[in-house]
Design a protein around this ligand. Structure first.
Ligand SMILES: Cc1ncc(COP(=O)(O)O)c(C=O)c1O
Length: 394
């Protein structure tokens, strides 16, 4: 089946209620399950027979969401977590289980991931190196010489929208026996399916496009093998980082409209990027869908035709922090909030949000200057978005 059909049907209800088939997957909140036969419960608890026993181990609505993600990512299995961060933590611990392993991560990765790796996991002994995944020659040299257990990469960087050459990076990791963990939160399986390119696992903050409506926190790992999924489930079972049932229901419901939403959001992002690029008050627009972007050709190769993602960043000419704060307050339709991927458009100011933990010098080294703002496209009419930016810039 094609992606759009899978989005609507995968993870559909697999059981009946009093003989009737529900058309939508039910939300099953039970925290435990009993069986007519105590022997059967014994077998389920002993993993000798498949079945539900305790919701922290598995429950039907969470499994339905996992099945849908696995179908969309063309993965043998997926494992759902309480947040994107919980999913990232589990994957890192899986591929670098002992405290002395070396792990590489993209220096442009999400701030929370940067802190998890640089502080929490480093304190526990993990050897973390932040690398430039856009310099493929240097990356290859370091992979060869340092032989990390894993490399964590985001397909599109935040907030400057650099597109990683996933085909080349996958080849480098595979030839050096390095597990490639891909955070595909910004791209969704609608834009790219990293497992089909040879990645070892794919992570989503389901809080973003999979949920899509700004009302859920969740994460998921799509795994390249069922053994990997079993190990992650075991980790989740004992760290208690399972996705809640209501959240699984909302994420699954979000998936039903994922292709429609992402297509429209990408098209809105392109419209706004073009309008901003033509506006003299804007110094620079970072969006891989603009032919002026350094990452245009990588995006053309990696993503389906005409889709370049739904997030962009722009620098307001001559604006200092005060000026940017005033711009944020002047927007009437688009709100400033620290997330992305929702059905409504949002802006984020990295200086006070995602990158506030960095010094101005560290931010400048990454190209995130005080006048840079990130935009996440929603489903509004593009003309209304452009008009809101026009009046706020004025
Ligand atoms: C690329 C990326 N990965 C992971 C996360 C963490 O996800 P969550 O907030 O669901 O824990 C975020 C959050 O913004 C993100 O942008």
């Amino acid at each position: 089946m094609r992606f759009d059909t899978l989005a609507v049907h995968a993870g559909g209800p697999s059981f009946t209620i009093d003989g009737a088939h529900p058309t939508a997957t039910p939300l099953v909140p039970a925290s435990s399950y009993w069986y007519d036969s105590a022997d059967e419960l014994d077998r389920v608890l002993g993993d000798q027979q498949p079945g539900y026993s305790y919701a922290r181990y598995a429950s039907p609505t969470v499994v339905a969401f996992e099945e849908a993600v696995a179908a969309l990512e063309e993965a043998p299995a997926a494992v759902a977590f309480a947040s994107g961060m919980a999913a990232i933590h589990a994957a890192l611990r899986h591929f670098a289980p002992d405290g002395h392993s070396t792990v590489f991560a993209s220096q442009d990765c999400y701030g929370g991931t940067h802190t998890l790796l640089g502080s929490t996991l480093s304190t526990e002994g993990l050897q973390v190196q932040f690398v430039d995944v856009f310099d493929l020659e240097a990356l290859e040299r370091r992979l060869r010489s340092e032989r990390p257990r894993a490399l964590l990469v985001e397909v599109v960087s935040n907030p400057l929208e650099k597109v990683a050459d996933l085909l080349a990076i996958t080849a480098l990791c595979n030839s050096n026996d390095v597990a490639l963990i891909v955070d595909s939160t910004f791209t969704t399986p609608y834009l790219v399916k990293p497992l089909s390119l040879g990645a070892t696992c794919v992570i989503h903050s389901a809080t973003k496009y999979l949920g899509g409506h700004g009302d859920v926190t969740g994460g998921v790992v799509a795994c390249a093998s069922s053994e990997q999924a079993a190990a992650l489930r075991n980790w989740r079972k004992y760290t208690g980082s399972v996705l809640g049932v209501l959240e699984a229901y909302l994420c699954l419901r979000g998936i039903r409209t994922l292709p429609l939403r992402v297509a429209r959001q990408c098209s809105n992002a392109l419209s706004l990027a073009q309008a901003l690029e033509a506006d003299g008050r804007i110094e620079r627009v970072h969006y891989p869908g603009l032919p002026s972007s350094t990452y245009y050709s990588v995006a053309e190769r990696l993503f389906p035709e005409g889709l370049y993602g739904a997030v962009l960043a722009f620098a307001i000419r001559d604006a200092d922090k005060r000026g940017v704060m005033h711009f944020l307050e002047s927007l009437k339709l688009v709100r400033a909030a620290p997330t992305l991927g929702d059905c409504f458009s949002l802006v984020l100011y990295p200086v006070i949000a995602s990158h506030r933990g960095l010094t101005p010098e560290e931010r400048a080294a990454l190209g995130i200057h005080d006048n840079v703002v990130r935009f996440s496209a929603g489903l509004e009419h593009p003309d209304d978005l452009i008009a809101d930016f026009e009046q706020a810039l004025g």
